[in-house]
Write a protein that binds this ligand. Sequence first.
Ligand code: NAG
Length: 135
Amino acid sequence: MAGATAGSKTPGALLAAALAVVFASLATAEAAWKGYCQISCGRCPCCPTLDSVLKDKGLGMFRWMLNFSDEGEKTRMPGYMATLLAPTDGAIWAALNKLGYSSKEAVEKDKNARDIMADLGRYHVLVPVEPLKVP
Ligand SMILES: *[C@@H]1O[C@H](CO)[C@@H](O)[C@H](O)[C@H]1NC(C)=O
């Protein structure tokens, strides 16, 4: 009986073998495509936060908008997983102007405007639905 089980692989061993194949094909950091990063220790810049990606892309108004809800802080956490539908600065200014605001300060002073910004920010963050979460 021992001989029969020695050659069989457990599901864990099969998963490890499959992962080894995936990582072998991503042997160097350069080989991994840009934007592919899911885990970070948070102490090194190997895996940028969503906020730093927004910063690199020059989406400062969206970063400012996210700060009106707890999404701002979450996007600065390493490993936070979400899809951001990031509007351009111009799009956010157009929305603000439509609402009657012409400066960041005017929004920051107005509770109603801050609440609108918080909701607008949240609407642009799509968190993974349950079946897609990594266990
Ligand atoms: C968002 O809030 C954080 C924490 O207060 C601050 O450091 C950061 O500069 C703010 N970002 C923007 C774009 O206003």
